[in-house]
Ligand binder design. Structure first.
Ligand SMILES: [Fe+2]
Ligand SMILES: [Fe+2]
Length: 188
């Protein structure tokens, strides 16, 4: 499917605010990809589709998760996380995306995981630092992301874990694996 067609489809599935967020993530991801020698086309497609399931109802998301053995596990965690694995399923089944790296970038954009590819990290970070975001510590995140994809990912996962701890909510296991990997890397 062509990028313009995908944009039209995404716009139909999202609220206006969410669609504008997606467009900002696309621009952020493309610029980031160009700077760090990652495929701009893949970055654009992954960014466009990353929140494709964001505006679906909890019931609809749950029914997708139930049908997918790999994704069913998400049901024991916060519903805010569900749109990521469901987004990957929709990107594959409704948008015909076959590239495993793009699908993984969508699937793990809310949680991260250990051994993320450069594209996965790029989408995770771009989602967090797009120009519409506002939260304490954002300037530091943007500065780190300007150095390298890994530096950006390290700062981003540390920020996310800290935020979740401050709220005393569950932390998805793969986020902890991601955090551990990046903290170890920092010390080496
Ligand atoms: Fe998302
Ligand atoms: Fe997003």
């Amino acid at each position: 499917m062509e990028v313009d067609r995908i944009k039209q489809e995404i716009e139909k599935r999202l609220t206006n605010d969410r669609y504008l967020h997606v467009l900002r993530v696309v621009e952020t991801a493309k610029a980031f990809a160009l700077r760090h020698d990652i495929s701009v086309e893949k970055a654009e497609l992954a960014a466009l589709l990353h929140d494709v399931a964001k505006c679906m109802s909890k019931q609809e998301l749950a029914s997708y998760l139930e049908k997918d053995p790999e994704a069913a596990f998400y049901r024991s965690f916060h519903p805010e996380l569900w749109h990521a694995p469901v987004g990957a399923i929709i990107a594959r089944d409704k948008f015909g995306v076959r590239d495993a790296d793009i699908l993984q970038a969508i699937r793990f954009h809310t949680t991260g995981r250990a051994h993320m590819s450069p594209l996965e990290k790029l989408i995770y970070v771009a989602d967090l630092i797009e120009p519409g975001r506002q939260f304490p510590g954002l300037d530091d995140l943007r500065k780190e992301a300007g150095k390298s994809v890994d530096a950006g990912m390290r700062a981003a996962i540390c920020h996310s874990i800290q935020y979740l701890l401050s709220k005393q909510v569950q932390i998805f296991p793969s986020s902890i694996h991601c955090y551990n990997e990046h903290v170890i890397r920092k010390e080496q």
